[in-house]
Design a protein around this ligand. Sequence first.
Ligand SMILES: [Ca+2]
Ligand SMILES: [Ca+2]
Ligand SMILES: [Ca+2]
Length: 205
Amino acid sequence: MIRRAAAFALLAITLVACPSIPEGRFECNTPDDCPDGWFCRVDGLCYAEEASCTHVCGDVNQDGQVDPQDFLALQGIVSHAGQRDCLEDIDVFRDGRLSPADVNVLQYMLGFRMKQQKPSPPCHGGGECMACNVVCGDVDVERGAHPPDQQDVAAFGDVAMTGVPVCTCQFWAADIQPDGNIAGEDGTFLQQKVNGQPVPQNCAP
Ligand SMILES: [Ca+2]
Ligand SMILES: [Ca+2]
Ligand SMILES: [Ca+2]
């Protein structure tokens, strides 16, 4: 970032006689890497204009489709703590930023599409690119946000049996050991939470 800031400073000095900074040339990881008011688009370059987004939830690379290429693109962005334009399409676990939770939720979305041939539905006012009203371990999403109890353990049993959480919010709340999969360890951690015991991990941040 310091290198980029220095590059822009140099550019500002050398552009005394030039009308403008060129678009789509300078690399960015977050909008802070671009000139004030510019946008860091999904291609990792700075632009003066906001992109015209596809408005397809999960379409990270903005080609109109939701597929494994989007997962790889999001993994790359999040592994560098990046933020991008068209956040409305990329912030799949909606909280105004990109984080490991978005990567895992996008993985769930792709798996759901593969198994069910359709996008995952919303649940209890949450879902794909919608904020989830749940806490970690709150697997029974239909009851609204509340601390985990035995009803969540029962709901976890259903998820483990079908292998398909009903919505992104249930997936996130059940993936307590946050590796993108619902497995036995998540169930163990959930029971520990219900028992009031500490757990070593606590859903994707
Ligand atoms: Ca795409
Ligand atoms: Ca997010
Ligand atoms: Ca897990």
